[in-house]
Write a new protein. Structure first.
Length: 359
C-alpha cells in the first residue's frame, strides 16, 4: 500500500484535491545573498512541511475505508478493534511512503529534485528510520487487535517492503500493490473475530482497482501508454457493475448456511441497494473521466491526472463495498467512508498539498 495506491499511494498517486503539476525541474532555492535566512519557527514549519510531503498526508484519507469495508464484508459493525486495525493500516501505509522515497532517492535526484530527500530537506537515514518505526508501530497495533489481525498485518508489512525494495519496477509490481490493498481490507475483517473468508470477494474487487491504478502509474513521468488507461477504464466498468448489482437472496434452506457478508447470503434492504448503486456511480464518475482523457492523449500530465482520479475513486469504491455487504450498520459505515473524500480534499487545500504522486 505504499505509494498506491499505497497504495498509494500509493498508489499511490495520490490524490486528494485538484492536482497541481509535480514538475521534475522545480527545486527549492536558497535565500538571495544579503537577505536573512529563515527564522527558527520558519525552519520548524519547513521541516514539518517536508515530512508531510514525504508521507503524503492527504493520501491517508484513502486508508481507513479498507478496514471499515473489511469489517462490513465480514458481517460485523466496526468496533474498538477496528480502530486498532485502522491505526495499523495508517502506520503501514506511511511506512511504505517513507520507504518508497528512500528506495527512489537516486532516481528522484535526477527526475524529481524538488522532493524532500534529494532536495536535502530530509536525510535518507531519517526516512529509513521512520519507515522501520512506523512498521513496528503498525504491527504492534495489529497485535493489540488480536492474533488474527497480526496474522494479516505481518504479510501486509512484508508486501509493502518487498514492493518498495524489490518489486516496484518488475512485472510483479502492480500485483504486489494490489495484494497490499486487499490484505489491508482483510485486516479490518480479521479484527471482527469472524475470520476473513467472507471478505475475500471485497478484497479481490478492491485489489483489482488498485492493480489498474498502479499499472497506469508506471508511466506517470513518461506517458505514452494507451493500453494501461484503457485497461483501467474497462476494469472500472466491470467493478461498477459488480458493486451495484442487486444481490439475489438465497432460498430459505440455504440462506442460514451461507457465510455472512457473501453476496447473496441475505436479502439487502432497498435503501442499502440504492446507496450502493449511488456510491458505485460516484466511483465510476471519479475514475472513468480521467482514464478516458489519458486514453485520448497519454501525455504525462493527463496520465498523472488519471492516477489521481483512480486514487480518489478508492474511497467511493470502499464505501460501495461496505454498503453492498448487508452487514448490520452497513449504511452508516458506507456513509462514514464516503465522508472521508471531502475531508481529504479540504485537508489537501488547507495544507497546500494538492498533488501526491504514486511513483
Amino acid at each position: 500500500m505504499s505509494r498506491t495506491v499505497a497504495a498509494g499511494g500509493e498508489a499511490i498517486a495520490r490524490e486528494a484535491g485538484a492536482p497541481q503539476a509535480d514538475t521534475p525541474g522545480s527545486r527549492a532555492t536558497a535565500p538571495p545573498f544579503g537577505r536573512p535566512g529563515p527564522s527558527r519557527s520558519g525552519t520548524r514549519s519547513s521541516r514539518l512541511g517536508a515530512w508531510a510531503e514525504l508521507l503524503r498526508l492527504p493520501a491517508l484519507f484513502t486508508v481507513p475505508g479498507d478496514a471499515l469495508a473489511g469489517a462490513a464484508a465480514a458481517g460485523a459493525r466496526p468496533g474498538p478493534r477496528t480502530l486498532l486495525a485502522i491505526g495499523s493500516s495508517l502506520c503501514l501505509y506511511e511506512a511504505g511512503m517513507a520507504l518508497n522515497d528512500w528506495a527512489d532517492r537516486a532516481e528522484d535526484a535526477a527526475e524529481r529534485p524538488h522532493r524532500p530527500l534529494p532536495s536535502g530537506r530530509i536525510r535518507p537515514a531519517a526516512a529509513l528510520t521512520a519507515a522501520g518505526a512506523l512498521t513496528g508501530a503498525g504491527l504492534a497495533l495489529a497485535a493489540g487487535a488480536g492474533r488474527p489481525a497480526l496474522a494479516v498485518a505481518a504479510p501486509l508489512a512484508a508486501t509493502v517492503w518487498a514492493y518498495d525494495l524489490a518489486l516496484k519496477r518488475t512485472p510483479a509490481g502492480p500485483a504486489a500493490m494490489a495484494a497490499a490493498r486487499g490484505l489491508d481490507l482483510l485486516l479490518g475483517a480479521a479484527t471482527t473475530g469472524g475470520g476473513t473468508r467472507a471478505a475475500l470477494p471485497s478484497a479481490a474487487l478492491l485489489g483489482s482497482h488498485t492493480l489498474a491504478v498502479t499499472a497506469v502509474s508506471r508511466r506517470e513521468t513518461t506517458g505514452g501508454s494507451v493500453l494501461a488507461p484503457l485497461a483501467a477504464l474497462a476494469t472500472t466498468g466491470a467493478l461498477t457493475a459488480l458493486v451495484t448489482r442487486r444481490r439475489t437472496p438465497l432460498p430459505a434452506g440455504r440462506r442460514a448456511a451461507a457465510a455472512p457478508g457473501l453476496s447473496g447470503s441475505t436479502p439487502a434492504p432497498a435503501a442499502t441497494d440504492v446507496l450502493a448503486a449511488a456510491l458505485g456511480a460516484v466511483y465510476a464518475a471519479t475514475a472513468a473521466r480521467p482514464y478516458v482523457h489519458a486514453v485520448l492523449n497519454p501525455s504525462p500530465p493527463l496520465t498523472q491526472r488519471a492516477v489521481g482520479g483512480g486514487i480518489r475513486a478508492t474511497i467511493p469504491l470502499q464505501a460501495a463495498l461496505a454498503a453492498r455487504s448487508g452487514a448490520p450498520g452497513a449504511a452508516a459505515t458506507s456513509l462514514l467512508v464516503a465522508a472521508l473524500a471531502p475531508a481529504g480534499r479540504l485537508f489537501a487545500r488547507r495544507s497546500a498539498m494538492r498533488k501526491v504522486s504514486i511513483t
